[in-house]
Design a protein around this ligand. Structure first.
Ligand code: PMP
Length: 449
């Protein structure tokens, strides 16, 4: 048992701090599919940390690469100089990039990758003499991180309203979740591709399409409850963007690096965007790192239009391409390749799907949505307590079942490391089933929230 830590000074992100501090949930070590809690329990990680530890925790190869790099060179800037591993990292990413997206800009996380991509989109149009293209379009219920660009194109009012003004030039399409018609769809929903046409209608009705710079979408909306694109939907968005000269950005911070059983969702869906944002699985989360993968000719416009000797893009971070992140990233890419983890995820996905849908019919289960190794289980909410049922499941899983799940609204989200074994899949869904039964056996007034 570890000594109790003083929790008063840390202001925790996206956390009900006061509730947490009444009974802290502390993780002290991790290995493979498991965390160890401060009371010595093994917690099966059903969420790969925060959708990020795709190769499992503390992979020895990644750990060793970081250790070696830390002793060799701690930091070097990428401003007006470089270090080999940053360039090698970019090449390693380019090597698995969807067709043509082989120019790479590094940053430190998903939020920065989103804001970087939006800025590249705006700057690209200006570089081509199309400076009136200033509008950015996202979708309702989209999560694109927490920086100003990300919350503006993101579709979560709760992430904006505390701050008043954000970017004025953002607009939103409807999200494609339609539980009535698509409930318990296994994989991609049948109905709803036509929702993509709303983009065109909006362009023509609301403003001149020639004022729109970019559309950003998560191919699978993750953080707000696993919202899957209906069959054909993403291709229709691609076609509309092409017709109107609008850049299409896929935010693959969650879907990148094998979550759907392919390197990127762009590969899985066979739809190639103009830019991809990524982070999380890029380094197996062992060191923070994000990246934007950019279509080569978009990059080239900057190189061709800026005067020789001038900085082509006025953007970058002290830690862009940080040596520790670059070392972790290179090792992570090797692990993905050597262990064939994307194919492994694809092979486990049908088992995961069956296990997920075995929860159908249990108390409160309203919908189950899954694709690859990601799943959302939506519960019937209690009136006036829109998150209580899922939080109760999360707490029971953590304390009673030794399983880590995630919640968003009244949805339980799962995204295990890609190395998960069938028996561990069973354990996760058995734990959720037990938690739901236990909840049903208690009065709902007892629920927290
Ligand atoms: N985009 C998407 C799609 C995400 O899911 C997230 C994080 N869950 C982000 C951006 C933001 O990433 P970060 O928390 O690393 O800034």
């Amino acid at each position: 048992m570890e000594q109790a830590v003083n929790t008063e000074h840390l202001w925790m992100p996206f956390t009900a701090n006061r509730e947490f501090k009444e009974r802290p949930r502390m993780l002290v070590s991790a290995s493979g599919m498991y965390y160890t809690s401060d009371d010595g329990r093994q917690i099966l990680d059903g969420t790969a940390g925060l959708w990020c530890v795709n190769a499992g925790h503390c992979h020895p190869k990644i750990t060793e690469a970081i250790r070696r790099q830390a002793g060799e060179m701690d930091f070097a800037p990428l401003f007006q100089m470089g270090h080999p591993k940053a360039f090698q990292s970019a090449s390693a990413l380019a090597a698995i990039a969807p067709e043509g997206l082989d120019r790479v800009f590094f940053c430190n996380d998903g939020s920065e990758s989103v804001d970087t991509a939006l800025k590249i989109a705006l700057a690209w149009h200006r570089a081509r003499g199309d400076a009136q293209r200033v509008r950015l379009i996202g979708r309702e219920r989209a999560y694109h991180g927490v920086n100003f660009g990300g919350i503006a194109v993101g579709g979560i009012a709760g992430n904006r309203k505390q701050f008043g003004a954000t970017l004025a030039n953002a607009d939103h399409l409807r999200h494609p979740l339609d539980i009535e018609r698509n409930a318990f769809s296994r994989g991609l929903p049948e109905y709803g591709a036509a929702l993509a046409d709303e983009l065109e209608a909006r362009l023509l009705a609301l403003h001149d399409p020639s004022t729109v710079a970019a559309l950003i979408v998560e191919p699978v909306q993750g953080s707000t409850g696993v919202i899957l694109p209906p069959k054909g939907y993403l291709q229709r968005l691609r076609d509309i963007c092409d017709r109107h000269g609008i850049l299409l950005i896929f935010d693959e911070v969650i879907t990148g690096f094998g979550r759907l059983g392919a390197p990127f969702a762009a590969d899985y869906f066979g739809v190639v965007p103009d830019m991809i944002t990524c982070a999380k699985g890029l380094t197996n989360a062992a060191v923070p790192m994000g990246a934007v993968m950019v279509r080569r000719d978009i990059h080239d416009i900057f190189m061709e239009t800026a005067p020789q000797g001038a900085i082509e893009l006025a953007h970058g971070y002290t830690y862009s391409g940080h040596p520790l992140a670059a070392a972790a990233m290179l090792a992570t890419m090797e692990v993905y390749r050597e262990e064939d983890l994307f194919a492994r995820a694809a092979a486990t996905a049908p088992y995961f799907e069956d296990a997920a849908h075995s929860l159908r019919g249990l108390p409160f289960v309203k919908d189950i949505r899954n694709l690859g190794l990601v799943c959302g289980i939506e519960l019937e909410s209690l009136p006036g307590k829109p998150t209580a049922r899922a939080i109760d499941v999360f707490l029971r899983c953590f304390w009673d079942e030794g399983v880590l799940v995630r919640t968003t609204g009244d949805i339980i989200a799962l995204s295990p490391p890609l190395i998960i074994e069938p028996a561990q899949v069973d354990r996760i869904f058995d734990a959720i089933a037990s938690a739901l039964r236990a909840q049903a056996a208690q009065p709902s007034s007892a629920l927290y929230g």
